[in-house]
Structures are given as C-alpha cells and as structure tokens.
Write a protein that binds this ligand. Structure first.
Ligand SMILES: Nc1ncnc2c1ncn2[C@@H]1O[C@H](COP(=O)(O)OP(=O)(O)O)[C@@H](O)[C@H]1O
Ligand SMILES: [Mg+2]
Length: 370
C-alpha cells in the first residue's frame, strides 16, 4: 500500500497592523497545515506612529499626508516580507500571495454612506515585494451592508473551533473582538469594546510609556466604581451585534469627557483595565452563556492582570492564551490575514454574514499582481 503523500505546502504571508499602532506583524503561513512557519514584528518608527495616530482624526492637508503614510506603511510591510523570506529561507515565487491589512484610520461602516479606510499603497507593496498583494479586505463587506469587521472569526473557527463545546476567542488588540465558536457549528463574532487603546493612551500621557507592561501600573491603582459605571454606560456596549468600533469612538477625548476631577492617574488606569475585562466578560456571558473556554490572543493576552480579571469574572470558563493552542498571541491576527488572502486567491468568501451583517458571503479584497 502506498504511504500517504505529505500535503504540498500552500504558502501565504499575512501582514497586520492593528489599532494599537504598535507596528507590523508578519507571518509566513502554510494554508495546507494551518501552521505559522515564521514571524517578524517591526515597530513603527515613532514619527510614522504619530502621523498614523493623527490621521485618525481630521487635519490639515490630510489627503496628501494619508498618501505619504500609505507609502510608508507599504515600505514597512515590504521590509517585513523581506525579513520573513530571509529568516525562513523562502523564495518569493513560493508565496501565493500577501494578505495585507493596512492601517485603519477611519472606520464608519454604518448606513448607506458607510466606509472604512485602511492606509496601504498596495501597488507599491507589490512593486517592492514582487508577490501578489491582496489588500483592502474590509470594503467589500461594508459595500454589502456589513460592518467590515470582525473578519477573523472564520479563521478562529478553523484553528480554535472544537467539537462538542462552545468556545470563544478574544482578540485583545487596540480594540477587543470576540469570536463565538458554538458547538453546533454556528460562528458569531463582534467587537466588544476597547482592549488596549485607552490604557496605552493613558499611560503614554502620564508616564511616557507605550503600554502598561503586565498591567502593573493598573494594579497599583484602585478601580473607581463611579467612573467604571460611567464608562460602561456608553451605548456601544449595550448595542446587540453585529457591531464594530475603533478609535473613531474609543479615544482619549472620549475618556477625558467622562472624567471627574480628583481621580489619581493610576486609579483611572485600573478602571480602564477593568472596563476591558468587564465589557468583554459581559458580552461573552450575554452572547454565549454556555461558553466552556475562552482563548485570548493579541498583545493584551500578555497582560497578566487583565487575564486574571477575565478569569475572575468568568467562573466556569477555562481562560487560556492562544499560545497554549499552538498559535503565539501576536501571530493569530496576521495568520488570519494570510488565510483571508488564501480565500481571495481561491475566490472563496472571507466574511461571515452572520458576523458582519453583510447581505451575503463575499470574496474580500483587491488584487495588485506582482
Ligand atoms: N507585556 C504586555 N503587557 C501588557 N500589555 C501588552 C504587553 N505586550 C503587549 N501589550 C499590549 O498589546 C498591544 C499590541 O497588541 P496587538 O495585538 O498588536 O494590537 P493591534 O492588533 O491593535 O496592533 C500593545 O499596544 C500593548 O497595549
Ligand atoms: Mg499590533
């Protein structure tokens, strides 16, 4: 009897830079085995980070500045691709396509004039990388009446779904999004609120640090029940899915307008961490009351304090990191965009209408051939 032939690898690269604006994660991904075989993370140069942050709001000459930033993001992506190929000994001809998210600077998907903007010069990336680029992965879902987000639940289903029990995946990036992988095969998902974007902004303002490592500064403060209640009164938290959000809503001005004088900065940080944990836990309890497990990914899964609060608030739910399921926390989202590029190449829909609210399944993305 012939021994089974090993499956040929089908290589894709996924490039992700999320709302945290911490930089670009790139992975080499084998769509045949659903395995990541290489990972590179390059932080954004501080000036580019500042400019991308500024472009989240209206400003002077923003079309020109957005075009320059889109070029810079493309160059940053091309650097990550070159490093990935070098580190893994891969030739670019072996890679079927790049799935490149780009940098979200506006996300206003609702209504007939809804739109979402991810800055990335796909033509420049194709030119520099010499590999087919699939980008602008959210707009088609928005055009079909969807939120354009989250797009990762289908991938989470493929890698974390488990027969016989309800499992949720929680991505703790700048924004938090939940994927609901029901035992009966249904998949749900939605953005549930801020994860790190407010905590990052607050600690940057008060301590000049990019993020609160392990939630240590938050742990030095005390949660303000009054502020927590005020923040949780934001209508977004009560809105039923489908829903998505971004820095358009959750920015420091949103927090500032809800602060009362006299709160110590570390108490505000403690309250922001609690807000992330509470909003995610309550959303999970409301939408998947029978959840047996919660698998966390994204940089916030490195925040021990946040992970502990999630576990405290979700008795009976096994809270773990995606690393325990074979995918390190900072590789999951980039792998999802490699997987979405594979969907595009195979002309398979990448969205789940039940998640995004789109009128139907759609092939997502635009192609810039190598
Ligand atoms: N050790 C850590 N402790 C606490 N937070 C962390 C740690 N490492 C990363 N983070 C948080 O994770 C964020 C990056 O997460 P990431 O998943 O890349 O988000 P995004 O998808 O929005 O870019 C950082 O901005 C920071 O807030
Ligand atoms: Mg990131």
């Amino acid at each position: 009897m012939a021994s089974p032939q090993p499956t040929e690898p089908r290589l894709y690269i996924g490039l992700m830079s999320g709302t945290s604006l911490d930089g670009i994660d790139g992975v080499l991904f084998d769509a045949a085995s659903l395995a990541v075989t290489g990972h590179v993370h390059n932080p954004f140069p501080p000036a580019l980070r500042d400019e991308l942050l500024a472009l989240n709001g209206p400003g002077d000459n923003e079309l020109h500045r957005a075009a320059l930033a889109a070029n810079a993001v493309a160059c940053g992506c091309a650097d990550v691709v070159a490093q990935l190929l070098e580190a893994t000994g891969t030739r670019r001809e072996q890679v079927a396509a790049l799935g490149a998210h780009g940098q979200t600077v506006r996300h206003q998907p609702d209504g007939p004039s809804g739109y979402t903007v991810q800055l990335l010069n796909g033509a420049l990336l194709a030119e520099q990388a010499g590999i087919d680029v699939v980008c602008d992965l959210r707009s088609r879902d928005v055009a079909a009446g969807g939120q354009g987000a989250p797009l990762v639940p289908a991938f989470h289903r493929a890698v974390f779904g488990s027969a016989g029990r309800d499992v949720a995946a929680l991505n703790l990036g700048g924004i938090a999004n939940l994927s609901l992988l029901f035992a009966d095969g249904r998949t749900g998902g939605f953005d549930c609120g801020p994860a790190n974007c407010l905590m990052d902004g607050w600690i940057a303002r008060h301590q000049g640090r990019a993020f609160d490592a392990d939630g240590a500064w938050a742990a030095s403060g005390r949660v303000s029940p009054a502020l927590l209640a005020t923040l949780l009164a934001e209508p977004f938290f009560m809105q039923p899915p489908p829903k998505s959000t971004g820095r358009d809503l959750f920015h420091l001005g949103w927090l500032q307008s809800r602060l009362t004088p006299g709160l110590a900065p570390q108490d505000v940080q403690a309250t922001l961490l609690e807000l992330t944990a509470r909003s995610a836990a309550e959303a999970l309890r409301a939408q998947m009351p029978g959840a047996a497990a919660l698998i966390a990914c994204g940089g916030g899964a490195r925040n021990g304090r946040l992970m502990q609060r999630l576990a405290d608030l979700l008795p009976g739910v096994a809270v773990s990191s995606s690393a325990a399921h074979g995918l390190p926390v900072d590789q999951v989202e980039a792998a999802a965009f490699a997987w979405l590029a594979m969907c595009f190449v195979e002309r398979r829909p990448g969205n789940l209408p039940a998640v995004t609210g789109a009128a139907g399944p759609r092939v997502l993305g635009a192609l810039y051939p190598a």
